[in-house]
Design a protein around this ligand. Structure first.
Ligand SMILES: Cc1cc2nc3c(=O)[nH]c(=O)nc-3n(C[C@H](O)[C@H](O)[C@H](O)COP(=O)(O)OP(=O)(O)OC[C@H]3O[C@@H](n4cnc5c(N)ncnc54)[C@H](O)[C@@H]3O)c2cc1C
Length: 441
């Protein structure tokens, strides 16, 4: 059996590991258009900050590919897939046969139309790859006035800003929504986060966008013009507004795409023997109860794992996923889970707030469907397990709000053991053998 995997990251390698678990001898080829072995993508901003290095950014051990007998092809871009003759076509014209194919190409940065933006300038770029971080490291050294503009106040924009700030640049985040992390946070938590950024030398221009970048004679930025007409100095402009599924190369393959790659519960695409996972796929959002693209590491891993298991001939279903983010901004820990802003009037919100802590729970009837934890994120593992399971737990809201979550039996359905033990267990083992235990550390 010959397996080909497009994408050497969380989804692709989780798929490869699952294949190898059940098929010890099949040929596994992993293709990447990047020139590195797998690295931890969320750490690229830590690389700028100096918190991780060329030595420590790697996601897998040095001998990972050899040890697992994977053939790794770095620096090779797949330009098309022929699902009739079962071939993957590379940019250099080479064609690779497959029996089973996994597609995990992640996302490609979305660049809103902005006059003057040129990603080929050494002082402008996006921020999703290790090479992007290396480029910004060089740009920071060239920046004479030490002024950086980051377009986008989501997770990628915030991390890029922290990285640039650590290199000594005065950084301004320009965000179209009224707050940073606008989709995950609400007004109060967004304001607390902005304040923390501002106190650490990162300005936030919310409800704004960059309409034009003024360039010098070499085509590098001098300043940006905002929607409001305000002009801000800029040596560096980074666009980090988010990613879109990287699916252009699948055109003509017959694989069904609707915003992202459409998959069934086994993570198989509309074409037999072709599977997909990670940021490029549309999955079932278990909280919003609709198809959605949720671009986070844990889901990419889970989807890759389910796909690989099925590809190796062992049946598994993927139940879907939910949004879950954990980030720390200058010592301010933030966790967002599921639905963080009510979608209709029947959903109720409960809040605990003091000077340093904000904890918000969103309930749909008796069922907890989302949470924002800021400042004090204790119990976040338990809460995400409860939200994922869709448990009725309104009567425990006060304990959840004050963060003192230890041991519970909720409606005889769920037991949660002491937080120090580091795991949550569902009462009924037989039902959900794979998801019964949830580690949060
Ligand atoms: C700065 C930053 C910070 C983040 N922080 C967090 C965080 O704190 N928590 C979290 O959960 N998530 C975070 N994310 C998101 C997380 O990195 C992604 O969800 C995750 O990497 C998705 O994994 P993936 O395997 O689907 O795709 P990716 O990691 O995007 O990898 C896809 C790979 O496929 C390659 N590829 C694409 N097309 C082709 C082709 N045609 N031929 C060959 N190779 C191809 C790409 O170059 C890439 O190497 C962050 C992302 C960024 C950029």
């Amino acid at each position: 059996m010959k397996y080909v995997i497009i994408g050497n990251s969380y989804a692709g390698l989780s798929c490869a590991d699952a294949i190898r678990r059940f098929d010890k001898s099949g040929e596994v080829v992993i293709i990447s258009d990047e020139n590195y072995r797998a690295y931890a993508r969320p750490l690229i901003s830590y690389y700028l900050e100096g918190k991780t290095t060329d030595e420590t950014i790697w996601y897998k051990e040095d001998d990972y590919y050899e040890k697992n007998d994977f053939k790794f092809m770095p620096g090779k871009k797949v330009v098309s897939v022929d699902t009739v003759s079962k071939k993957v076509v590379l940019e250099d014209g080479v064609k690779l046969d497959y029996d089973k194919l996994f597609i995990g190409p992640g996302g490609t940065p979305f660049i809103p139309p902005t006059e003057g933006f040129n990603p080929d300038s050494p002082m402008m770029g996006t921020f999703t790859k290790f090479d992007d971080a290396k480029k910004m490291e060089k740009a920071a050294k060239l920046a004479k006035r030490k002024e950086a503009i980051v377009v986008g106040g989501g997770l990628i924009g915030l991390k890029a800003s922290e990285g640039l700030r650590a290199l000594g640049l005065h950084t301004t985040i320009v965000e179209l929504l009224p707050r940073v992390l606008g989709l995950a946070l609400d007004e109060i938590s967004g304001n607390i986060t902005s304040k923390r950024l501002n106190e650490n030398g990162i300005d936030t221009a919310t409800g704004e966008t960059v309409t034009k970048i003024n360039l010098d004679e070499s085509g590098n930025p001098v300043s940006v013009i905002l929607k409001s007409g305000k002009e801000l100095p800029a040596d560096i402009v980074v666009v980090g507004v988010g990613v879109r599924p990287n699916v252009g190369f699948l055109e003509g393959s017959g694989i069904k795409i609707d915003r992202g790659i459409i998959v069934d519960k086994t993570m198989m695409t509309s074409v037999k023997d072709v599977y997909a996972g990670g940021d490029a796929v549309v999955i079932y959002d278990i909280i919003n109860k609709r198809p959605n693209i949720i671009a986070i590491v844990p889901l990419a891993c889970e989807e890759g794992r389910v796909a690989g298991t099925n590809m190796a001939g062992v049946y598994r279903e993927y139940p879907g996923g939910m949004g879950l983010n954990s980030v720390e901004i200058y010592g301010l820990p933030i966790v967002t889970i599921g639905l963080t802003n009510p979608a209709n009037e029947s959903q109720k919100v409960y809040i605990f707030q003091d000077e340093n802590v904000y904890r918000k729970l969103v309930y749909d009837g008796e069922v907890l469907v989302g949470a924002i934890l800021l400042g004090d994120i204790s119990g976040s593992g338990i809460l995400s397990a409860i939200i994922r399971q869709g448990l009725k737990c309104l009567k425990y809201k006060d304990e959840f709000l004050n963060g003192n979550i230890y041991s519970f039996v909720i409606d005889n359905e769920f037991e949660i053991y002491n937080i120090n033990e580091g795991y949550a267990l569902r009462g009924d083992f037989e039902d959900l053998p794979e998801f019964s235990r949830t580690n949060w550390r």
